[in-house]
Design a protein around this ligand. Structure first.
Ligand code: V47
Ligand code: SF4
Length: 397
């Protein structure tokens, strides 16, 4: 954004002096503090947050809105861990619904995409002893042998910590083995909330916050790229959310290896935290906006549309989000089991492109590392004449 463009930004209309101060920091490209973050959660109006987040979004990406063509493989839905927000693991309850894919099962899933222009496979699931370093290294090698150009985004510190410890290899050594076998990048899962007390209550037995951050740090130092998530809207406070982002911002200052921050809204169906209500769409938008403002050193903020639904994903694009993932043909179950909006998360490229265009943004297909594959801004699809759009953006506050 040029200075001339900045002049075109309407000044924020507020009588709140603290918001004015934060606004001038955002406008001047200055980092906001921990206290500013808390203040925004506690006192920022949706319109103010959206306005500020949109300044940051536009400065970084203009109207560009990214998506990619990927598919998911979940090796198993059985897990030795017992996170209380998890609706997915079939270790204890509904064990008969558990699946455990073999290497061949997973290769067969990859082969079903042979004639599709996907660029990424996202592999993540439960943690079980038979999936060890050797297994994953062989899996990655076989996928690459079959389809060398497919980007493998796989596993999280939850799996890495478990398998490296079991196989008695250091984080460095384990990551080196898997990288050589074909691991290209690391998705953002397993972060939940870093605060130790909250983590103890919701995810007591898996890798801790320090281990999560350490593993990403080492991966970044090896030249790797990764994402980071935050599970919000359960028992955490606003302070815990800002603390979570603060720890990520610090690490990003050190390594620069994170690409995308993905806030994940807690869904309450069929898990041990079902008694908690889910937060509102308004809170989701506020949270996206504050993430965009706070994480000044993250290039991208992603709204994972299968989780929040298409309409909310469209709205999020005016609250700091510039990426909506983009699964075209998905087998992921972790959210549908937890009560996500989309029970059958599949969108064709045309639907995805039109969904982005309907809110006057530019649809850009990207690869995992955000290299542009295709700009769909001027692309017309045959059915476009009938397309009237999904929603016009409401004024919310
Ligand atoms: O870590 C589990 C979350 C995550 C629930 O990097 C839940 O591109 C809400 O990290 N309600 C795994 N969330 C998924 C993940 C992810 C997804 C999409 C893209 C990327 C990426 C990463 O799913 C877990 C946990 O935080 N999760 N249960 C639930 N009930
Ligand atoms: Fe296992 Fe992940 Fe579910 Fe926790 S969230 S129980 S680590 S599958």
């Amino acid at each position: 954004m040029t200075t001339q463009d900045q002049d075109k930004i309407a000044p924020i209309w507020t009588s709140n002096e603290n918001i004015k101060t934060i606004y001038s920091k955002v406008l001047g490209g200055q980092r906001i503090s921990f206290e500013d973050g808390i203040y925004l959660y506690e006192h920022g109006k949706l319109s103010e947050l959206g306005h500020m987040a949109d300044i940051v979004r536009r400065r970084k990406h203009g109207d560009n809105t990214y998506f990619n063509r990927n598919f998911h493989i979940e090796p198993t839905n059985v897990c030795i861990y017992t996170c209380s927000f998890c609706s997915y693991s079939r270790l204890i309850k509904k064990r008969e619904e558990g699946w455990e894919y073999s290497m061949d099962d997973m290769l067969n899933i990859v082969k079903t995409f042979d004639d599709k222009p996907v660029t990424e496979v996202h592999i993540v699931g439960g943690v079980l002893p038979q999936y060890d370093v050797k297994f994953y290294a062989e899996l990655f090698r076989s996928i690459k042998a079959h389809r060398p150009d497919l980007h493998i985004k796989a596993l999280t510190p939850v799996e890495f910590h478990y398998i490296f410890k079991k196989d008695k290899v250091s984080y460095e050594e384990g990551l080196r083995i898997l990288k050589e076998a074909g691991l290209d990048s690391i998705p953002g899962g397993g972060a939940e909330i870093f605060d130790e007390e909250v983590r103890k209550q919701i995810a007591a037995d898996k890798c801790n916050s320090q281990q999560w951050l350490e593993l990403h740090k080492i991966w970044h130092q090896m030249g790797g790229r990764s994402n980071a998530t935050m599970l919000y809207g359960h028992i955490e406070s606003f302070e815990h959310r800002v603390d979570h982002m603060e720890r990520l911002r610090k690490l990003q200052d050190e390594t620069g290896g994170f690409q995308t921050f993905i806030p994940l809204k807690f869904r309450n169906q069929d898990n041990e935290m079902s008694h908690l209500p889910e937060v509102s769409l308004m809170e989701d938008l506020r949270n996206y906006a504050i993430s965009r403002i706070y994480l000044d050193n993250f290039d991208h903020i992603k709204a994972y549309w299968p989780m929040i639904g298409r309409d909310a994903a469209q709205m999020s694009l005016s609250f700091g989000v510039d990426d909506i993932d983009g699964t075209i043909d998905d087998t992921t179950k972790i959210y549908s089991m937890a009560g996500s909006e989309e029970q059958n998360p599949a969108l064709s490229t045309r639907e995805l492109v039109n969904l982005i265009k309907a809110v006057h943004k530019k649809p850009i297909e990207r690869d995992t590392l955000y290299n542009v594959i295709k700009d769909y801004t001027n692309e017309t699809f045959p059915e476009d004449e009938q397309f009237v759009g999904y929603l016009s953006l409401p004024i919310l506050n």
